[in-house]
Design a protein around this ligand. Structure first.
Ligand code: FES
Length: 164
């Protein structure tokens, strides 16, 4: 049975987008694929925490959720890199220059969006909206959402994170 009152995994605003998809579908089990799509668009991948949450909220067994997530090639399970940088390419962020931001990161680390550096230190992803449009352009580094990003601020934050 679905349960609209299951607590979201964290106060990350992106869960609101995920919940909106489930709510729009009345928290019915047949919202599973659309919900997984929203998670992927917002977070860039589906990790165990997300799959468990969807299973509980939609009342679908964990094995069924995992089965769907692994069956379709367009769903990514956790990225390979130790650190993850997701650049928001949703409309608001794109208008504010996230395309150029993404290009600079690709150039500096020699990887394309969706890729991971050869030493597995960094995976670079794009996401469609992280729920921070008022702070566009937004970038998420290791689950921390930063708004009003410039090429300089993002590159320096990445350097700092990669040193840790
Ligand atoms: S479009 Fe980037 S946060 Fe919404």
């Amino acid at each position: 049975m679905s349960n609209a009152t299951v607590a979201v995994p964290s106060d990350d605003k992106r869960w609101k987008l995920v919940n909106a998809t489930m709510r729009r579908n009345g928290f019915r089990p047949d919202a599973l694929i659309e919900t997984l799509h929203t998670i992927q668009e917002s977070f860039g991948y589906l990790d165990d925490k997300a799959l468990t949450y969807v299973s509980e909220a939609l009342g679908v067994s964990p094995s069924q959720v995992y089965g769907v997530a692994t069956f379709y090639h367009f769903f990514n399970l956790k990225p390979k890199g130790k650190h993850v940088c997701s650049v928001c390419t949703g409309t608001a962020c794109y208008i504010k220059g996230s395309g150029a931001l993404l290009e600079k990161i690709e150039e500096k680390y020699g990887i394309k969006a969706g890729g991971t550096t050869a030493d597995s230190s960094l995976s670079l992803l794009t996401v469609r909206c992280v729920g921070a449009c008022g702070l566009a352009p937004a970038v998420v580094i290791d689950s921390e959402v930063s708004g009003n990003q410039t090429i300089e601020s993002t590159l320096s934050k990445l350097e700092e994170v990669l040193k840790s």
